[in-house]
Design a protein around this ligand. Structure first.
Ligand code: IPM
Ligand code: MG
Length: 392
């Protein structure tokens, strides 16, 4: 016997979800032009360390950021604000993914550097609150999650544009049990949401001359970019082709829905050396947030080795921030230094324990490398050698 009451209750809950999403779409239609950060009188940068290893690697990355922006900070053209309250303890205390006062502080910033935050799972000692990452992406409407991966010796130079506010994440915490036996979850797609992530990917391809976009969803705005080559891929074969040496270096820019983007970018980062090497930019038209693509590794803290956590993902996020705020020269220098220190020269190595460097030592190494007068030449030399080696 089908439980009619369960069906009616579910209809009511579903109706509420539909109403909220229809309201959200109306908001999407009214979006203004994106902020040009390079034109602001004063750029406000919020820094929230998060929890687990977050505060450690974020502090190392902040040192690099302060080094790069020293002139701007001194001249009062940039200000850094420390924003607390994103720890799992505080989030559990107020039972919110982002405490209200923290969100208010975040909204007063232009850009945010954010350390990893613990996402509780069922069975954890923490209450099952929504992920702070996902909440921040939705609250600040950071619709494009941009994740670059490059491995010069494999000919890999990919940029992923992961949709960041819809898909399986839009109602990720609103799925429900219809009956004791049946649970339902929801996936959301809007025309506006799909179009803006596609435009972000195609604009990037056009601007950088990376003239090839692989779309892991179908949509028809691509006619606006006649000069950009594009094709459509299913996600399963994409996971295979990323590890196909004969094919993978052809890919340049990817546009993917939220969950596919989550999975595929971890795979791509692994090819580059692991998730610890990858940073990401979460970009909206008003705010932007820069973070690692990995989690908070609480075990490293309980085992007393958090200072040995690798800050490179967060430092990479700083480079992406520089590019975003109109300091692309600084961003480029930092990216070259990161390549030299982590992929080529490797004078210091991170092992995650006291057999390797601390995060701060590694940050020093990167800052010293950035100041080398022959940085560009050294970097180019290493890249050319790596490419030549790969050809042999
Ligand atoms: C990421 C992470 C998050 C996600 C988690 C922590 C919710 O894996 O940023 O890729 O799934 O988006
Ligand atoms: Mg992920």
């Amino acid at each position: 016997m089908v439980d009619e009451k369960a069906i009616n209750d579910a209809k009511e809950r579903f109706g509420d979800l539909v109403r909220r999403q229809l309201e959200r779409v109306e908001g999407l239609k009214e979006q203004g032009a994106p902020v040009d950060y390079s034109k602001l009188d004063k750029l406000i940068i919020g820094v929230c360390g998060g929890d687990g290893i977050g505060p450690y690697i974020c502090a190392s990355a902040q040192r690099v950021m302060e080094f790069l922006l020293a002139d701007k900070l001194k001249a009062g053209k940039a200000e850094i604000r420390q924003i607390d309250g994103l720890t799992i303890e505080r989030r559990a205390e107020v039972m919110k993914a982002i405490p209200d006062d923290t969100l208010e502080e975040l909204k007063k910033c232009h850009v945010i550097l954010k350390g990893p935050t613990t996402t509780p799972a069922k069975g954890d000692p923490w209450p099952n609150i929504e992920s702070a990452n996902v909440a921040m992406r939705k609250e600040l409407d950071l619709f494009a999650n941009v994740r670059p991966v490059s491995v010069p010796e494999l000919g890999i130079d990919w940029t992923f544009f992961r949709e960041n506010t819809e898909g399986s994440y839009a109602l990720g915490s609103d799925g429900f049990f219809v009956s004791d036996d049946l649970a339902m979850d929801f996936c959301v797609a809007t025309v506006q949401g799909t179009e803006r992530i596609l435009r972000a990917g195609f604009d990037h391809a056009r601007k950088t001359g990376k003239n090839y976009v692989s779309v892991i969803v179908k949509a028809n705005i691509i006619k606006d970019y006649p000069e950009v080559k594009h094709d459509v891929w299913f996600v399963d074969i994409t996971t295979a082709k990323l590890i196909d040496p004969a094919r993978r270096s052809d890919f340049k820019v990817f546009v993917l829905p939220n969950l596919y983007g989550d999975i595929i970018t971890d795979e791509a980062a692994q090819i580059q050396g692991g998730v610890g090497t990858a940073g990401s930019a979460n970009v909206g038209s008003r705010y932007a947030m820069f973070e690692a693509i990995h989690g908070s590794a609480p075990r490293m803290v309980t085992e007393g080795r958090a200072q040995y956590a690798d800050p490179c993902s967060m430092i990479k996020a700083v480079a992406m921030m520089m590019n975003h705020i109109g300091e692309s020269e600084k961003g480029r220098k930092l990216e070259m230094a990161l390549d030299i220190c982590t992929q080529f020269e490797k004078k210091l190595v991170m092992t995650g324990r006291n057999t390797g460097a601390t995060g701060d030592e590694f940050a020093d190494y990167i800052m010293e490398t950035m100041q080398r007068p022959d940085l560009e030449k050294v970097w180019q030399g290493y890249v050319d050698a790596a490419i030549a080696k790969a050809k042999n």
